[in-house]
Design a protein around this ligand. Structure first.
Ligand SMILES: *Cc1c(COP(=O)(O)O)cnc(C)c1O
Length: 220
């Protein structure tokens, strides 16, 4: 396996190349290193190589790993990229710097309550079920305007939209659709693109790419 520093350099240069082709700059794209399932020993070398923004998909796992890792270095930013249960909203608001999985009304209320309680306002992405898949998380495209209005009324800082396109279909049309929806709603953030497709996502306007296996190797 290649070392984390060279994987990181490789992913960054691929982001820069895709951005340049699309007449964008790499600084418009935040690389979220998705460290779910990987132990602290695997994460520390990436921090040492300069990576500061990480993604986890489970509140409990992040609570177990990150308090200690955060002591290794200043300026760690932690993003929640997985489904969030309403009863974990308090914990999520306390631990994470950004939440990518706001997808329903009950979670709007739970997050608003958690943020009001702590005074900590955590930026959120609304996750959209962009391929209208039965089993997928995310709000239906038709439900997006109402959910966004609710979130804005509740004073949640919604900064963009997030999607995970259907597997095994060309993702570009779904990225283009998310980009359009974000634009239509006046949202600057587009959280889209994973290890297999982040260059396509960058070319289509991604502001946040969520990359796991291309940095850490396959998950066990
Ligand atoms: C695991 C995960 C990723 C990263 O996936 P890779 O293919 O390993 O890059 C990105 N986004 C979400 C929502 C994930 O759950």
């Amino acid at each position: 396996m290649t070392d984390p520093a060279s994987s990181l350099a490789d992913v960054k240069s691929r982001i820069a190349r895709a951005a340049a082709i699309a007449r964008r700059t790499a600084s418009e794209v935040t690389l979220i290193a998705v460290s779910k399932t990987h132990p602290a020993q695997a994460i520390a070398p990436l921090i040492e190589a300069g990576q500061r923004v990480f993604g986890e998909n489970r509140v409990q796992e992040a609570q177990d790993k990150w308090p200690a890792l955060r002591e290794l270095h200043e300026g760690i930013e932690l993003h929640l990229i997985g489904q969030l249960q309403s009863n974990k909203a308090d914990d999520a608001v306390a631990l994470f710097d950004c939440i990518h999985s706001l997808d329903r009304s009950s979670l709007v209320s739970a997050l608003a309550r958690a943020m009001d309680k702590t005074g900590r306002r955590v930026p959120c992405f609304i996750q959209v079920n962009i391929g209208a898949e039965d089993q997928k998380g995310g709000c239906a495209i038709a439900a997006l305007p109402a959910l966004l209005a609710e979130a804005r009324t509740a004073d949640l800082p919604v900064i963009g939209l997030m999607c995970v396109p259907p597997l095994e279909i060309e993702p570009a049309p779904f990225f283009a659709l998310l980009d359009k929806l974000a634009g239509d709603h006046g949202l600057a953030g587009r959280s889209m693109g994973m290890s297999g497709d982040f260059e396509t996502a960058v070319m289509l306007g991604a502001t946040h790419v969520r990359v796991g296996s291309a940095l850490f190797g396959a998950r066990g």
